[in-house]
Design a binder for this molecule. Structure first.
Ligand SMILES: [Zn+2]
Length: 331
């Protein structure tokens, strides 16, 4: 794959890019993944799990890309202090991002195209057809617009001139979205974005507005995004646009038993319980805050730590601050 010399000043990047149709649909689409931000101890686990997705399907091949190693060369292309430099620094540091949606998409495309260009040089001595043609950044950043992550319009890009970069900002993952865990959230969005890379003609005018718990839900209520993550579903109209075999492969790899085995069941009764309603108890609807809090504790914190100290800590918190609910965030 050859990319022409990058021109950064144009509002819509005019780099000549290959339409997705040039990719043989039987070979995987190569996607680079940059895990960055302030993940504390979860980076290695997250990287491990992202590469695990390669075993579970054959539509996409994910490669971890370390932008630290390539940063110096990238900065030489777009210049220190440029919009690209500022945005990439924020993404890498996991700090808050405030660029408007349209602006951000074009800057992200420039950054990604530059990264691909630099990666291509590294690929000189290797099989360049395996160099990533798209980049996904997974950052702990948060956007000042809380609904940013929903943005997936074409914004001037097309199948012939696709946007080469996408970002998953996990800074929005808070108690409103839990359960599911942040890992499930990231997995779903990786596939959602990857499928849009592979099928650029599957635009918004082919998708639905309402929530069906489909992988392509457009959701304006943050707390409802969880349904898309908790269910493993692609609706019939979306399936017919993307092909049944593609959807089956994605749903199979997103099956919770593939991620968690039987340790953390994604059974409807268990999920309902995690969401505050225990189907096995008649009085479930009328539970006190204390009972709800204890259930949340046992489902998240205690299962992981299994410690008596954790119970004492949790119960003291409950009495000290009269908390109605709390959520143990995983990064
Ligand atoms: Zn759908």
């Amino acid at each position: 794959m050859k990319l022409e010399k990058i021109i950064l000043d144009s509002p819509v990047s005019n780099i000549t890019k290959q339409p997705s149709s040039v990719y043989n649909n039987t070979s995987p689409l190569h996607i680079g993944v940059v895990v960055c931000g302030d993940w504390k101890s979860s980076t290695i686990a997250l990287e491990y799990l992202i590469l695990y997705l390669n075993q579970k399907q054959s539509l996409f091949e994910y490669q971890l890309v370390s932008s630290d190693e390539l940063l110096f060369e990238m900065k030489k292309i777009y210049g220190v202090g440029s919009s690209e430099d500022k945005l990439l620094n924020s993404i890498l540091a996991g700090s808050e991002i405030s660029q408007g949606k349209l602006e951000m998409k074009h800057i992200l495309n420039n950054i990604s195209t530059t990264l691909i260009q630099v990666l291509n040089r590294k690929y000189d001595a290797f099989d360049s057809s395996q160099c990533p043609s798209y980049i996904i950044y997974i950052s702990t950043s948060k956007h000042t617009d809380p609904s940013y992550f929903q943005d997936d319009g074409s914004n001037g890009f097309s199948a012939q001139n696709p946007c080469r970069g996408a970002i998953i900002m996990t800074g929005h993952h808070d108690r409103k979205l839990a359960p599911p865990t942040v890992v499930e959230f990231v997995f779903k969005f990786i596939f959602r974005i990857s499928l849009k890379f592979k099928f650029p003609e599957f635009k918004r005018n082919k998708r639905h507005y309402g929530q069906k718990s489909c992988l392509f839900d457009c959701c304006h209520d943050m707390s409802r995004v969880r349904y898309m993550i908790l269910h493993n579903y692609i609706c019939q109209p979306c399936r017919s646009s993307l092909s049944a075999s593609t959807c089956n492969e994605i749903l199979k790899s997103l099956d919770a038993s593939n991620i968690y085995g039987n340790e953390i069941a994604r059974h409807p009764a268990k999920i309902s319980s995690d969401l505050g309603f225990n189907l096995s108890l008649v009085k479930g609807l009328y539970k006190s805050n204390y009972e709800l809090a204890m259930e949340n504790l046992s489902n998240s914190f205690l299962n992981r730590l299994g410690s008596l100290a954790a119970i004492t800590f949790g119960v003291s918190l409950l009495y000290m601050f009269e908390l109605d609910f709390w959520f143990v965030n995983e990064d």
